[in-house]
Ligand binder design. Sequence first.
Ligand SMILES: Cc1cc2nc3c(=O)[nH]c(=O)nc-3n(C[C@H](O)[C@H](O)[C@H](O)COP(=O)(O)O)c2cc1C
Length: 435
Amino acid sequence: MSLDSTARRRMILGWFVNYMPTAWNRPWAGPNVTGWTDGQFYIDMARALERSSIDLIMLEDSSVVPENFGGTMEAEFKATVKAPKHDPLPLAAAIAAATTSLGIVTTMSTSLYPPHRIAQLQATLDQLSDGRAGWNVVTSFEDLAARNIGLDTLWEHDERYARADEYLRAVSSLWRAGAVPDARGRAVFEGRSFALDAPGTTPLVQRRPVLCQAGGSSSGMDFAAKWADLIVSVPSGIDAMKAYRDGIRRRAEAAGTDPDATKVLYMVTPILGESVAEAEDKEARMYSAEGDNFLRRLVQLSNIAEIDFAEYDLDAPIPEDATTNGAQSILEGMKKMTRGSSLREAMSGKGESTSLRLVGTPESVADEMEAAIDQVGGDGFLLFHGGGGLISRHYLDDVLDGLVPELQRRGLAQSGYGPGTFHDRLTNDTLRSTT
Ligand SMILES: Cc1cc2nc3c(=O)[nH]c(=O)nc-3n(C[C@H](O)[C@H](O)[C@H](O)COP(=O)(O)O)c2cc1C
């Protein structure tokens, strides 16, 4: 079997997942709803992704259990939105041992880890996985997280990115130090230089791990365009997707980076059926404003907007005089949505925030993905089935046995991996198919 490449650019496909409970209070939860902690579901998932030639798995992380809904952690655990959760790094090592070609992206925060720890851990993962490590660079935004590092609040938004820029220069020097010993002298962060950790004394398999980022703000986009190989995003609709990608490419060019080497993925949650009607019915049930689903959604919104929705009457509009210290624009948007109806009604049928609503058969969804990438100009999609408590083998099968083969048949997705490292395969995005 040989790998042939054609001139057509393919979609890059990734899957974003939380190391949290899998589906447990919904259909097709599987027989072992409490067994998520051993990581086996996610290791099996990584193997399934690799069988389908998916480019990468991306493991989410955050370090707090929010208390926005009802002022306690109780609802978080009940709804399994952000907790309970395990650390993705050891899971990444187990996934590396169980796979050979899948890119493995782990999330680590520049606000919470000292630079030499990330340099060392990512170098180790890169060597363990033979050149398949990626780092999702986040700066953290929850003030609760600050307590874990002895602070009351985190740095201001733009200052977090300014620190992250200095941070990336420092870790890059540490990674270069394996090959260029005097690079270590430039590994300085906040006025302090670092001693070299052992994994940094041998060159990484990749020049550096694949750098992934999700800057949405102007300073975030500047940072992403300067540093990232892979950008994950959720602009809503084709026009916003195109504007986002064009903005990143302009910024990359201004920063002296090749825009074609910076890949942008859009987050989507395809809902698939044997007919469009069946898929729409599934969607309506998935996002109905009933019971556990509704609580989950409220907790999620409370986290995003920093509004305690536990204080509101769910069957009435949001009062016009309601205020928040958090995201004013989200509260104003919610008020508008509930005027003349109720919070419950306004939220009925609303799913995760994604770039495109993809609901239909494998064929109709592949049509929409193809049209979107053609209009936007590139580069691929980040699949996601919501946060904790939602993913099931049943959903994975819908996508991996239904949608992905349809994309492969059309020559839109790869049916085998190209040679080299994770980074090599990302930048070589002409279609590779097994023939
Ligand atoms: C697909 C995607 C995945 C993200 N994953 C994480 C994560 O695992 N941990 C985290 O703290 N933030 C995560 N974020 C938040 C981003 O790092 C970033 O803060 C957010 O996109 C807002 O952009 P801004 O910081 O430029 O305002 C993610 C964002 C997106 C769009």
